[in-house]
Design a protein around this ligand. Structure first.
Ligand SMILES: [Fe+2]
Length: 258
């Protein structure tokens, strides 16, 4: 795990991370790309959302195939479920800690929109926990050789459908109503605190995997921009070993089309 201090940063909820980011040496050229303008470019949030949409939909569509598969394949599915669960929780934790307090302070007239985002987070996480509990129940049933796996997988699929509907609704709302408020209100440094916190929460290996999924679901010709927005050690790790590790990991996650 790479603690945030690895990057010379200290997290200040609702505040900036100005000095530490500028002291960073690795990949400083890429990092400088994001500081070329004073107006925050929020496209990276949309790319993150697209990875969440794509991978949770994939997890739903692959569930029944993996539920009836061998233990090694099911273990890969569980690992990916846990990764995406952690990714979504981390993403919303970052927004709760670093975005809403600043926006509430600087845009009091937009309080209703921010409150809506917070309410949607709460609703979505309850639904995420429902799916998580059902996935864990499926795991126990497989382990113990008990229960009707098809029935459990079917129940899980229904919960997944409800959760995905809420996920899409929330991400769409955030992109349409919240993100347009950010440019000119948050500084580059405040915006950059989001991926820095993500790297801290997810740890080194999972940061690489999450970066891999963001790159997978985004336009190919804009990937260099995304690599310039992640903490420099993450970008460096991706270039050295992360991309290969991601390719191996991802290769084991499609059964239904195999
Ligand atoms: Fe978001």
């Amino acid at each position: 795990m790479l603690p945030i201090s690895t990057y010379g940063l200290s997290r200040q909820p609702g505040g900036a991370l100005p000095q530490g980011l500028r002291r960073l040496q690795p990949c400083s050229i890429l990092w400088t790309m994001t500081e070329a303008t004073d107006v925050v470019d929020t496209r990276d949030m949309v790319w993150v959302h697209n990875a969440l949409r794509g991978e949770f939909e994939r997890l739903r569509s692959e569930l029944s195939a993996f539920a009836g598969s061998d233990p090694a394949a099911w273990s890969r599915y569980l690992t990916h479920w846990t990764l995406m669960y952690d990714f979504l929780v981390e993403h919303h934790t970052g927004e709760d800690d670093l975005l809403w307090p600043v926006l509430n302070q600087r845009l009091p007239e937009q309080h209703d929109i921010i409150t809506t985002m917070q309410t949607e987070h709460h609703t979505l996480h309850q639904l995420l926990e429902d799916v998580n509990a059902q996935v864990r129940q499926l795991d126990e049933a497989r382990d113990g050789g008990t229960g009707d796996l098809d029935l459990l997988a079917g129940d899980c699929d229904e919960m997944f459908a409800v959760m995905l509907t809420e996920l899409r609704k929330h991400l769409d709302d955030e992109e349409e109503r919240l993100l347009p408020l950010v440019p000119g209100v948050l500084t580059q440094e405040e915006w950059a605190a989001l991926p820095a916190e993500a790297a801290e929460i997810l740890g080194e290996r999972n940061s690489m995997l999450v970066l891999g999924y963001i790159l997978k679901w985004m336009p190919e010709d804009e990937r260099a921009i995304m690599l310039g927005k992640v903490p420099p050690p993450v970008a460096a790790g991706w270039a050295e070993t992360g991309s290969g590790m991601f390719a191996d990991y991802d290769a084991g996650l499609s059964l239904s089309s195999a």
